[in-house]
Design a protein around this ligand. Structure first.
Ligand SMILES: C[S@@+](CC[C@H](N)C(=O)[O-])C[C@H]1O[C@@H](n2cnc3c(N)ncnc32)[C@H](O)[C@@H]1O
Length: 349
């Protein structure tokens, strides 16, 4: 434990971490991933706008930036009146953050600590505000929210603020027959050989990709909302019901999921927020697609009801086990033929 980590030092010895943890932090060493995040202007400007909108709350406050990366959020907070910002990151990118913070004249306002947030000792016993960009694909992949909750429970003053503080997962049906067929049929004939045993493996991995808004062919449904002020670690393993309605006569080949983010706002003001849905501008989180084993033949107004179960994988905590069960209730004269029930399991890794 140390209250300050000098350049090149870390409060966490990397060798003591599991291989998967080392791999996780290594993935943030390279500048490329940070370039992608910084260039995601929906993401980065939302943080800046939310801080600017709440300048009066940041004024003279102690701020903790959980997983500071290149230090961008720390600098937004320092520039907008924070008395002091503590940026913590386990990855070696923090050495670049040191250079950047100094280059931009914030060395006396920002203290950077290298190590896992769970291991470092902060120079202040409590902080007034936590800022963090912790969201993974399908919101919870990477399990970094666990670290934000740890920071909240150990360091946030009573009544302190978390930026952002509300997030929600959403789901809808989509038509994507061509891509789904290509992805599956490929394995039936690989240079003349039958590789079909790969198909169940391919099907169980959700696909992270950009989806055109017009292939979403049902109404949307919010699966779950988390309030970061109160959510507990155990709430991140959840079971949520959904119900969507077909908007046209079309195939439903799978389900598309995305998340929305909301920041605290001053009384009477519209909060800053953004959506990662197919109906919204591009973000690097794209959308997550779950192909169903069965294709559903939908007519306008048919109802797809189901339940999605999500939990961190027992062996690899940062992976997600997801199960979708559903009842598709078709209407009309051929309702019996088209109605279907199913269960599909997925793993995000
Ligand atoms: C999604 S990036 C965000 C970087 C930066 N805040 C930004 O907005 O550009 C998350 C960062 O959190 C760091 N991180 C994740 N878990 C951490 C932990 N438990 N302790 C310290 N750093 C962590 C990663 O190394 C990574 O640099």
């Amino acid at each position: 434990m140390m209250s300050k980590t000098a350049a090149g030092e870390s409060a966490t010895q990397k060798g003591a971490l599991s291989h998967s943890e080392q791999h996780y932090f290594d993935s943030y060493d390279h500048y490329g991933i940070h370039e992608e995040m910084l260039q995601d202007s929906v993401r980065t400007l939302s943080y800046r706008n939310a801080i600017v909108q709440n300048k009066h709350l940041f004024k003279d406050k102690i701020v903790l930036d959980v997983g500071c990366g290149t230090g961008i959020l720390s600098m937004f907070a320092a520039k907008n009146g924070a008395k002091h910002v503590i940026g913590v990151d386990m990855s070696s990118i923090i050495e670049m953050a040191r250079e950047i913070v100094e280059l931009n004249g914030f060395s006396d306002k920002i203290t950077l600590l290298r190590g896992k947030l769970e291991d470092v000792e902060l120079p202040f016993p409590k902080v007034d505000i936590i800022i963090s960009e912790w969201m993974g694909y399908f919101l919870l992949y990477e399990s970094m929210l666990d670290t934000v909750l740890y920071a909240r429970d150990h360091y946030l003053v009573e009544g302190g603020l978390i930026f952002p503080d509300k997030c929600s997962l959403h789901i809808a049906g989509l038509e994507d027959a061509q891509y789904k067929d290509e992805k599956i049929n490929y394995w039936h004939d690989v240079y003349g050989f039958d590789y079909s045993p790969f198909i169940p493996l391919v099907m169980q991995e959700p696909i992270v990709d950009t989806v055109q808004g017009n292939v979403v062919n049902t109404t949307r449904c919010q699966l779950i909302e988390f309030d970061l002020n109160t959510v507990q670690l155990s709430d991140l393993s959840f079971k949520a019901k959904f119900e969507v309605e077909a908007k046209r006569q079309d195939w439903i080949n799978g389900l598309i999921a995305w998340f929305d983010i909301v920041f605290p706002a001053p009384e009477g003001k519209i909060p800053v927020g953004f959506s990662t849905g197919a109906h919204s501008p591009y973000t690097h989180w794209k959308q997550t697609v779950f192909y169903l084993k069965e294709n559903l033949e939908a007519e306008t107004g048919d109802v797809l009801r189901g339940e999605l179960t999500c939990a961190p994988n027992k062996r690899h905590n940062r992976d997600l086990d997801i199960k979708i069960t559903y009842d598709f209730e078709a209407k009309g004269i051929d309702a019996a033929r088209r109605s279907k029930s199913g269960e599909d399991t997925f793993i995000m890794r």
